[in-house]
Write a protein that binds this ligand. Structure first.
Ligand code: BMA
Length: 325
């Protein structure tokens, strides 16, 4: 990616970044990142990924769990005393990269599930942020699922990112897809939303980021977009890290959300700050939460360098303008 590409000027990183990191967590934690964030029952709720049991600089971790934190203002977060979900069976290795969507006052959780037979996209539901019930697990390989916050003609809607390893003609040219479901268990009506080749600044995979937010103009959604430069080794705790993760922004049709009706021609955010450039994997921004307030402020939550959780804000009108609306 060209070094002169910068984050959009309407984006403000929060001065308290990172808003959550390992030293804030009251149980073993090494990397706190790629969180899902929503507002539910009068509070901000964050479900974050925790790779634990490794020291900074290491490439070995004992495991991955998902923790919960709450906040009154979306900036100062109080983590729960214990992790929430650690899914490990003979078949399932771990669940990670959670996203949260409230639909009809129930809290839905999407996550990636590493199994002995491939990576699956999981959807679960909880009514108390304690017990959770799995509603569906996709065929492998698929991940980065996000649910829209409402049904359309009775159907639940999701964005997802399968990994078509044969037939795309380039390695990791993975795209963004849509499907819908009457019950969150059986998914169909699968449609291509955005091909990675349509993202001008990226040369590899893209994937859904945060659950879309509804505006009068369409569903506004963030996605991650990857640029690989084999000639440039990036800072990381392991060798051979060459991928830059930027954040893109698209506007989807309200009635037919697989139709892209606007897209920002440049990334809205690129790694710039030290907490984004250096860590387990430097130059990585991974969006997982987008919250529209009544004031028009949009809060964007994203993982920084696969190591910490960060916040940026923008006005919804400015984001829409970037998409040509
Ligand atoms: C992706 C996922 C994310 C991670 C990103 C950058 O493939 O594994 O969890 O943030 O790579 O390492």
């Amino acid at each position: 990616m060209h070094a002169s590409i910068q984050s959009a000027s309407c984006i403000t990183r929060h001065p308290h970044n990172p808003v959550l990191q390992a030293s804030d967590i009251p149980y073993p934690a090494t990397l706190i990142f790629n969180a899902g964030v929503t507002r539910w029952q009068g509070k901000y709720v964050m479900a974050f990924r925790n790779d634990y049991g490794g020291t900074p600089g290491t490439t070995h971790f004992d495991g991955t769990n998902i923790g919960l934190a709450f906040s009154e203002d979306g900036v100062k977060w109080t983590p729960q005393p214990k992790p929430w979900i650690e899914w490990k069976t003979e078949e399932i290795r771990r669940a990670y990269d959670p996203r949260l969507t409230i639909i009809e006052d129930r809290c839905y959780l999407c996550f990636a599930v590493d199994t002995r037979h491939g990576i699956r996209g999981g959807i679960a539901v909880t009514d108390d942020l304690d017990k959770w019930e799995i509603l569906s697990l996709s065929a492998p390989d698929n991940r980065n699922m996000v649910l829209f916050p409402e049904r359309n003609n009775g159907m639940f809607m999701r964005l997802e990112r399968p990994f078509p390893i044969y037939g795309r003609g380039a390695s990791e040219a993975f795209d963004l897809w849509y499907s819908d479901s009457p019950d969150c268990a059986y998914w169909g009506n699968t449609q291509l939303v955005l091909g990675s080749e349509q993202v001008p600044w990226a040369n590899a995979k893209i994937g859904p980021g945060a659950p879309p937010i509804k505006t009068d103009h369409g569903w506004l959604t963030l996605f991650h977009a990857v640029t690989v430069d084999k000639d440039r080794e990036l800072p990381a705790w392991h060798r051979n890290w060459h991928k830059t993760y930027t954040i893109g922004l698209a506007l989807l049709d309200l009635e037919q959300p697989w139709r892209v009706i606007g897209m920002c021609p440049n990334p809205v955010m690129v790694p710039e700050e030290p907490y984004e450039l250096e860590g387990f994997r430097g130059h990585v921004l991974f969006p997982g939460g987008m919250i529209l307030k009544e004031t028009g402020e949009v809060k964007i939550y994203y993982g920084g360098a696969d190591t910490v959780e960060c916040l940026a804000t923008a006005e919804v009108g400015e984001l829409l303008k970037l998409c040509g609306s």
